[in-house]
Write a protein that binds this ligand. Sequence first.
Ligand SMILES: Cc1cc2nc3c(=O)[nH]c(=O)nc-3n(C[C@H](O)[C@H](O)[C@H](O)COP(=O)(O)O)c2cc1C
Length: 198
Amino acid sequence: MRIEPETLSPGRRYFLMTSCILPRPIAWVGTVNADGGYNLAPFSYFNGLASTPPVVGIGFGPHADKAEKDTVANLRRTGELTISIPDLALVEQVEASGQDLPYGQSEFAAAGLTAVVGETVQAPYVGEAKVSFECRVLQLIPLGDQGSELLLAEITLFHILDTLLDDYGCVDQRKFQALARMGAGRYAGVGEVFKAGA
Ligand SMILES: Cc1cc2nc3c(=O)[nH]c(=O)nc-3n(C[C@H](O)[C@H](O)[C@H](O)COP(=O)(O)O)c2cc1C
């Protein structure tokens, strides 16, 4: 079947794309609100883009009722964020933190999570996460003219649970059990891990 993107509604386009581009890691983004409170939200249009320097990218969609999502407003104002990478055990808290709370009401408290303030940034990361990055904003780039934006951010500090690291300085994926976002609101664990060509 051929499908021309402009023949789909934004919702249908979202469902098609997110059920083709699989699995997606989840950036659990911590930022500081204008009143000093903490904001946390999950984003799965997320990936690593470079290691030298260490750069990640996140795609933000428009908000239905506001000029922009709270995360984007906070990034624009502070230039700082954290990204925690949730594991399978944190799926319910991830889902809860994706709900729209009134500005100023913290998703950390609502989801029963510990906010740990960064060392290189003021933004908080999730104390319960095995992997978190502290980051600074490099660029926020508009994607077209309908309110979507691409964040490019540089990692300024890695926090990795000691017991996850192997002798090569890699995170052992079987111990990590990273949570993945699938299509239509589904999740998966990264189950089958193997090396090709061996
Ligand atoms: C697992 C998951 C992944 C999500 N991925 C994205 C995404 O990649 N881009 C986006 O704009 N919204 C995404 N959302 C929706 C945002 O998390 C949601 O709009 C959130 O309320 C934004 O919070 P904020 O206004 O505090 O920034 C996702 C939600 C969930 C639960």
